[in-house]
Write a protein that binds this ligand. Structure first.
Ligand code: WTA
Length: 635
């Protein structure tokens, strides 16, 4: 028997050692004992980071939904699979059992088929956090269609870019969504996006807010009548281990968002195995991850990981602040949540409102607390530990990425001693490395460097959809024979890792990755703007906020700056979404540049962070004179 469930620090080290001394044997045992296969693999792993090419469980056949649904029916048929908590605190929660979820997924899969979706086709899902989101994801996987979920906070332009990049034939959406007391016209956004998407021939529309929307004849269909007519069973499509499962877009430092492609078998094995161990999930636990399924955290740790373990996973439709900042704790009490997984930005926002709203609720069900998405600061860590965990629930600070598919560096609860702000140790099978600027691996402790991974793990993304060269350039070119994460990290005296943040032009705002280039492109579309540069600066709730330096065309004189600021933020909202709006905008006479014309973001970052006195030597700049002017006019 392999050790599926790690129970002590000693056992962690034992299993870890085994997993890196003989990775193929290790993962083969895990895969064999804990999943349902239609055909076994002939090769556990083949890999070559120079191409790069990675294949896990080659030759195997399976369907991930058989593992997430069918195999639980005999033992857990009536157990709640998804516990849906609606936006409205007075509406009742919905308990969807494994049997019911199976039937809903089958019906949905049959609807997809009836609309011409076949294995390998891409389906874009643009839905709020309602059960149809999880159901449609699983329905795609059941018939071998590749889902690409786009977070429903993205704008029409961002949506159409993603639809066209992966050439989706169908969009699944809803008439609208709730966001606290507001409603959002999702279908209107889809209609706008589809003006530029000739490849989409079908739109399925779930009813959520009962709003009056336009339905385009021959293209748009209400979902419910189709589901009502659909047959409640659907045989699985038999998938090869390396068949695509989904595409999920993430921001890069430059250009188009990157469509990270995840494949079937390795992703399933790793998301399930990490879920079980990182959250110490036990059979009757109620687990809640507050992320949106539009992000990787929701894919791996609301849908696939929990369901592959037969878990009960909570799906919450709303925001942390509705009807007040006590909502999360009310939900924890109401559903007796045992594992709670959220982002540092949410913790900071909640902490800001004091402990009164926490104390009103019984949080004694909580066993494990998790955090993800950005570095957690010391203050937030202690607040979480003291007020939510009452110093008895370990905090798992989990570091990972859209690209990694699953958690990579994390404590194992009740095994790894935690340390505030440290993600601690690599998960089983993960071989991190810190590299210096010259590409040399730093082998000692008490060092900081660029974080890389030396050896493949089952759930790593296999490529960027339609652009393998970019995949190679972004992740496998900075350091020889290594996957480069884009993050910096330090390793303390006992080997614990602390992630220090991005070392590229990606800025994490409220846990959302934002590339500077697309935001600058949006600003530069304004007819008054000559050029712009975006940097991050520390923000007490969002972690980072965005600071924009904007140079206007001509003298810029006589311009109403406040109005321009509004117009610029509106452009950003239209092109990307409200998450990318700038907190501060400074109008400048020019931007500091190198002699080759590259904008010196390092200088702009320091000024935005109030470190303008420590700029170092700027005399080699093309235009050093603009720096003083920028310093004098910070906003
Ligand atoms: C950052 C989210 C510090 C990091 C799963 C990474 C973190 C990026 C942590 C990926 C953490 C994520 N501590 N930083 N525990 N978790 N990050 O693709 O910079 O949305 O590269 O995946 O978030 O964000 P993504």
């Amino acid at each position: 028997m392999s050790n599926y469930h790690i129970k002590s620090f000693e056992e962690y080290f034992q299993v870890y050692r085994k997993s890196i001394e003989n990775p193929k044997v290790f993962w083969e045992e895990i895969a064999e004992e804990h999943f349902t296969w239609r055909k076994k693999w002939h090769n556990v792993l083949s890999w070559d980071f120079t191409k790069p090419e990675v294949k896990w469980f080659e030759g195997a056949q399976l369907n991930i939904t058989e593992n997430c649904l069918d195999r639980h029916l005999s033992t857990r048929g009536d157990k709640t699979a998804i516990l849906f908590e609606p936006n409205d605190p007075n509406a009742s929660a919905e308990h969807i059992s494994y049997k019911q979820l199976h039937e809903r997924v089958c019906k949905f899969a049959n609807v997809l088929k009836s609309k011409g979706i076949q294995k390998g086709d891409r389906v874009c899902i643009y839905l709020p956090m309602i059960p149809e989101l999880a159901v449609s994801v699983l329905a795609c996987a059941r018939i071998g269609a590749v889902h690409s979920v786009v977070f429903a906070g993205f704008s029409a332009t961002a949506l159409s870019t993603r639809i066209n990049d992966c050439d989706a034939k169908m969009v699944i959406t809803s008439d609208g969504s709730y966001r606290g007391a507001k409603t959002i016209d999702l279908k209107g956004i889809v209609d706008d996006a589809l003006e530029d998407c000739p490849g989409v021939d079908t739109v399925l529309v779930a009813k959520r807010i009962e709003s009056d929307i336009n339905m385009k004849t021959g293209r748009d269909y209400w979902l419910q009548p189709l589901l009502d007519d659909a047959y409640g069973d659907c045989v699985i499509e038999i998938m090869d281990a390396e068949d695509p499962l989904f595409i999920l877009y993430t921001s890069g430092s430059t250009g188009m968002p990157k469509g990270m492609l995840h494949t079937t078998a390795g992703y399933m094995v790793y998301s399930a195995y990490t879920f079980k161990n990182v959250f110490d999930y036990r059979e009757n636990d109620v687990y809640w991850c507050t992320a949106d399924i539009g992000w990787i955290t929701g894919h791996s740790y609301i849908v696939y990981g929990p369901l592959a373990n037969g878990a009960t996973t909570v799906m919450y439709e709303g925001v942390p602040s509705y009807p007040d900042f006590g909502r999360f704790w009310e939900i924890v009490e109401k559903h007796k949540v045992n594992q709670f997984y959220t982002a540092p930005t949410a913790i900071r926002a909640l902490a800001k409102h004091g402990t009164e709203l926490v104390e009103k609720h019984d949080l004694s069900s909580l066993k494990v607390l998790g955090t993800v998405g950005e570095p957690i600061n010391e203050e937030a860590w202690h607040w979480y530990n003291e007020n939510i965990g009452k110093k008895k629930s370990p905090i798992v600070d989990t570091w990972w990425q859209t690209e990694t598919g699953g958690i990579m560096i994390t404590p194992i609860p009740f095994s790894t001693p935690t340390k505030p702000t440290y993600a601690t140790l690599p998960f089983i099978g993960i071989q991190p490395a810190l590299m210096d600027e010259n590409g040399k691996e730093l082998s000692n402790n008490q060092v900081d460097g660029r974080l890389c991974i030396k050896y493949p793990w089952p759930s790593m993304a296999r490529t960027i959809w339609g652009n393998h060269q970019r995949y190679k350039d972004t992740y496998f070119s900075a350091f020889e024979n290594m996957y480069f994460t884009g993050d910096g990290a330090l390793r303390d005296e006992v080997g614990y890792y602390r992630i220090t943040g991005r070392v590229d032009d990606v800025i994490i705002v409220s846990g959302h990755n934002l590339g500077t280039a697309p935001i600058e492109d949006a600003i530069n579309e304004h007819q008054a703007v000559a050029e712009s540069a975006i940097v991050g600066f520390p923000h007490d709730v969002k972690g980072n906020a965005l600071y924009g330096y904007v140079t206007l065309k001509g003298s810029g004189e006589g311009r109403d700056h406040d109005n321009l600021r509004k117009e610029i933020n509106q452009l950003i909202t239209d092109r990307i979404g409200p998450i990318a709006k700038l907190d501060k905008i400074q109008f400048t006479n020019g931007l500091p540049k190198t002699r080759s014309g590259k904008i010196m973001r390092r200088i702009l970052r320091k000024i935005a962070c109030n470190e303008g006195e420590q700029l170092g030597d700027i005399s080699t700049l093309l235009n050093p004179e603009v720096v003083q002017d920028i310093k004098d006019n910070v906003v």
